[in-house]
Design a binder for this molecule. Structure first.
Ligand SMILES: CC(C)(COP(=O)(O)OP(=O)(O)OC[C@H]1O[C@@H](n2cnc3c(N)ncnc32)[C@H](O)[C@@H]1OP(=O)(O)O)[C@@H](O)C(=O)NCCC(=O)NCCS
Length: 221
């Protein structure tokens, strides 16, 4: 029997995920309502991929965003700011923008471990969030590279971001430069301190030709 790169097998028990104490679930299956029987995909390399977000990804995206704000941003913001930022995160907002905005997820096995969103109209990185359990493994860099590829495909000459203060070293390491301090409105009446940063995009020959393409990510270990 030929050995397939991806082998699907059924596991008849709940499997603990390294993320959020949740369980791994197949695409489209709500973790909260997951039955005892779960489908697990084994891949030859178990490599992370970055792909365009689909409608069934909204729950996973919110799980990542909430955990990232609460754990990775707490070093630079007050508990009240963190709660104002993370508290309202809910899947319907993402369900409404998936398919409209340039929204990508980083996936390991069946688990969403990061996501990123680009606004092509304003050349702005709207968001990059990585689950704390997957931080400092190159996931954020892989997502940012994807956004930059998409921006180049749309002939954008530069990108900017209102970077949360905790994320400034991350954007600096990817070639962004600080421009000015600002207050970023996260809710009506709630603003958080951030740094506007910019990066000029050099055109390069081999930007991914299709933003739906699933790509393995260099730099991920
Ligand atoms: C910012 C964020 C997306 C970075 O994701 P990540 O996957 O951990 O980043 P990477 O592993 O690709 O880091 C690449 C480089 O950025 C720098 N970097 C990333 N996080 C850093 C940190 N907390 N402190 C210092 N440098 C950091 C390092 O130079 C790192 O390279 P190294 O690990 O080899 O030293 C992640 O920390 C996060 O989700 N933060 C909370 C949400 C947020 O603030 N998002 C940005 C606002 S839109």
């Amino acid at each position: 029997m030929a050995v397939a790169a991806s082998i699907r097998r059924r596991i008849f028990q709940l499997v603990a995920s390294p993320f959020s104490g949740s369980v791994q679930s197949p695409p489209g299956r709500d973790v909260g309502s997951a039955p005892q029987e779960l489908l697990i995909h084994e891949t030859a390399s178990n490599a992370m991929i970055v792909r365009k977000a689909g409608h069934n990804d909204a729950e996973g995206i919110c799980r990542v965003q909430s955990a990232a704000i609460r754990q990775l941003c707490a070093s630079h913001y007050s508990p009240a700011e963190i709660e104002a930022w993370a508290g309202p995160v809910e899947p319907n907002w993402y369900r409404n923008v998936i398919g409209i905005r340039e929204l990508f997820v980083a996936v390991e096995g069946e688990t969403i471990i990061g996501f990123a969103q680009l606004n092509l109209d304003t050349a702005e990185v709207d968001a990059i969030y990585v689950h704390p359990a997957a931080a400092r493994r190159g996931v954020g860099s892989a997502l940012l590279r994807r956004l930059e590829d998409v921006a180049r495909q749309h002939d954008l000459a530069s990108l900017h971001v209102a970077a949360s203060l905790n994320s400034v070293p991350f954007y600096k390491s990817s070639g962004f430069h600080g421009q000015r301090h600002t207050k970023f409105p996260i809710l009506p009446g709630v603003e958080i301190a951030s740094l506007v940063m910019e990066k000029a995009l050099e055109p390069h020959e081999k930007a991914a030709s299709n933003s739906d393409e699933r790509s393995c990510c260099q730099g991920y270990t």
